[in-house]
Design a protein around this ligand. Structure first.
Ligand SMILES: [Zn+2]
Length: 459
């Protein structure tokens, strides 16, 4: 029984695997909307039944929110855990979809076959790649080559409120050698990749209040402090002329890129001109002395995500507003401490306030960055396995986004997270007309079979 038999089995079973995925995609498991609570439950039940049919003892475990799906299979060899999520994002604006987001379909497109539905890529299609690899393996070999735990969540798209408490309560049960996480993508939609660096995220909302009520600028203009003016000054001062962020202590814990990684990233030949060109831009806007890939993956940011106050409707109103508001977020790297940065940011704002102005803050989440130790040989084994499946050599890459789950495995369980995914840049996750390429699905399943073989040294 060789890996080749498993791969052939995957090829032969692709139509049935696709049907199973379409079945799961028909369940509208939108986790943020209470109207879909029963559907989230149904998606969990569907997975419990499917995993049990593979001989993996699986149950639905209640949380204050949507249930976790947890399954175990005893076995020899390393203990691998697989994480994915069965919930999906809301679908609105519905009128921008070409079809019912929960009536999935395989479509022919100029770029090949795609599976079109909400959740096709994020994350049902991706999580099924691993389950289908296990199915083929079991059918060929009678058993799986390792001890295996499934840990599937139903609240990822609504901030995972139950995740950390659940992991802490069930730490002994979930602790494993490696946590395989399938919720990321291919590099440049083409190169298979293991994501080893993720940025953290800190969100802050502030309201600056000046006068006790809105004023007429003909009456009060000139003599009264305008809070929009104060807010603008604060926002303008968050970056210096070289693109560096000025919050005191902000760069504490920001590491320089290891030389080996710098070289590997240079080899990725990232085309920043086309990356920016796609969105109508031409010049990298980050720190002057950094490469564009460093700016996205390895450097922290400060962005103003929203700013409002005064009169913004049609026409004109010479109002001198009482309040001005902004939402500001920071992407974090290395060991930057989100709570210390929050404190320092708030103090900086306080210190800049003129007399008669006050500020109120609202916290919006804080997660640390994740950078995972890739010296463990399993990373090279997995990288090699991915390279065997795809035309391009697999790469270890960073990710500008935040996937807090990866850090939780590391910090709460002491389990090394390994993020492998097959999404493409044009999958339109979280947007209308989400799709997953049939190539991603098929080669994704084959990739997991190869990774399983490599990590358990059984082929
Ligand atoms: Zn996801």
């Amino acid at each position: 029984m060789s890996l080749d038999d498993v791969l052939s089995r995957i090829d032969a079973d692709l139509p049935a695997a696709t049907d199973r995925l379409l079945e799961l995609l028909r369940i509208p498991s939108i986790s943020t909307d209470p109207a879909f609570k029963a559907d989230c439950d149904r998606a969990a039940d569907w997975l419990v039944a499917d995993l049990n049919s593979l001989g993996i003892a699986t149950e639905k475990r209640q949380t204050p929110g949507h249930p976790m799906v947890v399954g175990h299979l005893d076995g020899e060899g390393p203990h691998l855990l697989f994480y994915g999520h069965y919930d999906v994002q809301p679908v609105d604006p519905l009128e921008l979809w070409d079809r019912d987001p929960f009536d999935p379909e395989v479509q022919e497109t100029p770029k090949g076959k795609v599976i079109r539905a909400r959740g096709a890529a994020d994350d049902k299609g991706q999580l099924m790649t691993f389950i289908e690899a296990c199915r083929a393996w079991k059918e060929i070999n009678g058993s799986l080559p390792c001890k295996l735990t499934f840990f599937l969540e139903g609240e990822e798209e609504s901030g995972s409120p139950s995740l950390v408490p659940f992991m802490k309560e069930n730490a002994d049960e979930l602790k494993s050698d490696i946590a395989l996480i399938c919720d990321t993508g291919l590099f440049e939609s083409r190169v298979p990749a293991i994501t080893t660096m993720l940025r953290g995220l800190l969100g802050e909302e502030l309201t600056i209040t000046g006068p006790s009520r809105d004023l007429h600028s003909g009456m009060y203009g000139g003599v009264s402090m305008n809070p929009i003016r104060v807010l603008s000054r604060i926002i303008a001062s968050l970056h210096d002329d070289t693109g560096r962020i000025t919050v005191p202590g902000f760069y504490d814990g920001v590491p320089e890129l290891p030389e080996e990684m710098r070289q590997q990233w240079q080899g990725l030949a990232f085309d920043h001109q086309s990356f920016l060109g796609d969105v109508g831009l031409s010049e990298p806007a980050g720190e002057q002395d950094r490469t564009p890939l460093e700016m996205i993956w390895a450097r922290p940011t400060c962005e103003v995500n929203g700013i409002w106050g005064g009169y913004t409707g049609a026409g004109f109103k010479t109002v001198l507003p009482s309040e001005a508001h902004a939402k500001i977020s920071f992407r974090l790297v290395g060991t930057q401490d989100p709570l210390k940065i929050r404190e320092s940011f708030r103090k900086m704002v306080q210190d800049m306030l003129p007399p008669d102005c006050s500020v109120e803050f609202k916290a919006h989440g804080a997660s640390q960055a994740g950078a995972f130790d890739t010296s463990d040989p399993v990373f090279e084994q997995a990288r090699q396995a991915l390279s065997d499946e795809w035309p391009d050599e697999a790469a270890l890459i960073g990710c500008g986004g935040s996937i807090p789950i990866a850090g939780h495995f590391d910090r709460i369980l002491g389990t090394t997270p390994m993020l492998i995914g097959f999404g493409k840049d044009d999958d339109q996750i979280h947007s209308p007309n989400e799709k997953y390429d049939m190539e991603s699905f098929h080669k994704g399943i084959r990739s997991w079979a190869r990774v399983l073989a490599a990590l358990t040294k059984s082929n």
